[in-house]
Design a protein around this ligand. Structure first.
Ligand code: ADP
Ligand code: GLC
Length: 502
């Protein structure tokens, strides 16, 4: 208890550094999670400041603080104009710079931006400088903060602190936490780009940023952070297992004592079928008539036959190999053969554009049964979660995953591969014990996926009462941040204690 008091009394703020934060920017779960975690910690009494780029494509109102940070990178000085907006007790700092004036967050139709290492090194340096210089509201936060860096984009925060500031006597007692939302993406780049980061040559070593001859920003962050988290306990185990850590398993094993898996929560105010303004009819676990209306409206909206007795399978997400998109697309003709309708809402990065073409081809082949909606549409994602009977998420790997939780909350049992956060959040349906919240399969194979879909469709059509109970169990699960927020606070405390012993 003494430690808790000490931590609370000394830490002026948690500084969440991230490439995405809702409601300002979101391309996937990272934005949702950083936005919701910041808000829930603030409600719980923490002072929380987020630092993220003010992307042109996601520009929302924010006040210019007048502060200009000058950051040397890649041989030039980048001027960052710091903007501020306070929402739900969270101070959001948004960094304006020409490097963020692009047609995408990480890339455009031509692929990933070639200077992403500079764009996100700038985020890291500016986050550290913002803590020193931006008055919030009267004086800067100072060094008694905990930096919470997210994914590879922010992984240089612990590295820059160690390389540039601590040798000058600055930030010696300031702890860092690094969260791994998706360690498949590491900022692994050609070694020649190292010079752009303005670090001394000795940092290009295996103990620093060098990894098998390349530059690896996430790896360097893993070695330097005081504590490391990932977004589910099962994924925390997977990434230290042989072959499960995207090449980083040895590094992560080395840090295993400081690595913890914390399942994400969902924003249960935004994702609540009882009040959701994005869906045509509202419902809850005891009054499901509205769900039938949502299904009929979705079928009509998507140009599918409006029929209550035809099962509608939904999927929402990035069209990316991670999501098992090949399993899904390969199985669509079979699903149609089973008499099901399928809706796929998603978009692909330039490197995976072929998945968009294939989804469109499937729609052309089965226009009455399949809708491929290519693009990003937040409101439609709510209508799919509400209107579908079952939700498809056959991910090859999934650090946590949010859609399966949204779908359970909306009475749409998910069919998932037993991996990462999907294994932790979806309990397998068991007819004998009348338990579970969804359907699982394990093997990465179309046959195993289809067998799970078959079980789900069979229950849906043959035993509506058991299906209704399954649905109700999912709807009444607690997916709130109530458990995760104190778990993060425990990590901040541990990081603080490490830098401030005694
Ligand atoms: P990931 O972060 O790996 O993409 P998650 O399941 O954690 O996966 O989160 C994905 C988030 O992005 C969810 O909120 C999901 O609804 C949203 N999303 C993904 N693709 C789309 C899309 N095409 N339209 C609307 N929302 C989408
Ligand atoms: C990543 C993961 C996803 C997770 C999200 C938020 O993008 O792919 O599984 O839910 O981050 O933590």
């Amino acid at each position: 208890m003494a430690r808790l008091v000490r931590y609370k009394a000394l830490v002026t703020a948690i500084v969440l550094v991230t490439s995405e934060v809702a409601p300002f920017s979101k391309s996937g779960g990272l934005g949702d999670v950083c936005g919701a975690l910041a808000a829930v910690l603030a409600v719980g009494g923490e002072r929380v400041v987020t630092v993220s780029p003010w992307y042109r494509t996601h520009r929302q109102d924010a006040r210019d603080t007048g502060i200009r940070l000058e950051i040397p990178l890649a041989g030039t000085v980048h001027v960052v104009a710091v903007h501020h907006r306070r929402i739900d007790r969270v101070d959001h700092l948004l960094l304006a710079n020409p490097l963020y004036e692009r047609d995408g967050l990480y890339g455009d139709s031509g692929g990933s931006f070639g200077d992403n290492h500079i764009r996100f090194a700038l985020l890291c340096r500016a986050a550290i400088e913002a803590v020193r210089w931006v008055p919030l509201p009267k004086k800067p936060l100072g060094e008694n903060v905990v930096f919470h860096a997210n994914d590879w984009h922010a992984a240089l925060v612990p590295v820059y602190l160690e390389a540039l500031y601590r040798p000058l006597g600055l930030f010696r007692r300031t702890p860092t936490v690094l969260s791994l939302h998706n360690p498949a993406h590491q900022g692994r780049l050609p070694a020649v780009l190292f010079d752009d980061l303005e670090l001394a040559p000795r940092w290009f070593r295996p103990s620093g940023l060098e990894f098998h001859g390349d530059l690896d920003l996430l790896k360097a962050g893993i070695l330097q952070a005081d504590q490391i988290t990932t977004v589910s306990p099962t994924f925390a185990k997977e990434i230290v297992s042989p072959g499960g850590g995207f090449g980083l398993e040895a590094m992560l094993r080395h840090r295993a004592a400081d690595l913890v898996g914390i399942v994400n929560g969902i924003d249960d105010a935004q994702w609540d079928p009882a009040v959701d303004p994005a869906i045509p009819a509202r419902y809850d676990a005891t009054h499901l008539e509205g769900k039938a209306a949502c299904k009929a409206a979705l079928q009509a909206e998507l140009g599918l036959e409006v029929a209550a007795d035809v099962p509608l399978l939904g999927s929402v997400g990035r069209l990316d190999p991670q999501k098992g998109i090949e399993l899904l697309l390969d199985s669509v003709p079979w699903m149609v053969d089973q008499g099901a309708q399928v809706v796929i809402l998603g978009s692909a990065a330039a490197a995976h554009a072929r998945f968009e073409h294939r989804a469109r081809e499937l729609q052309a082949a089965f226009p009455r049964s399949v809708c491929a909606w290519i693009g990003f549409d937040e409101a439609l994602s709510h209508r799919v979660e509400a209107g579908a009977d079952l939700f498809l998420m056959p991910s090859l790997f999934e650090p946590c995953g949010l859609n399966q939780m949204y779908s359970m909350r909306y009475g749409t049992p998910p069919i998932v591969r037993r991996t990462g956060g999907l294994a932790d959040t979806v309990a397998p349906f068991d007819l004998q014990t009348d338990s579970g919240t969804g359907f699982q399969f394990e093997r990465v194979s179309g046959a195993a996926f289809r067998e799970a879909i078959w079980r789900a469709l069979d229950l849906w059509s043959a035993d509506p009462a058991a299906f209704a109970r399954l649905r109700q169990r999912g709807m009444t699960q607690d997916f709130s941040w109530a458990k995760a927020a104190p778990a993060y606070q425990a990590v901040y405390r541990a990081a603080w204690a490490r830098r401030n012993p005694g």
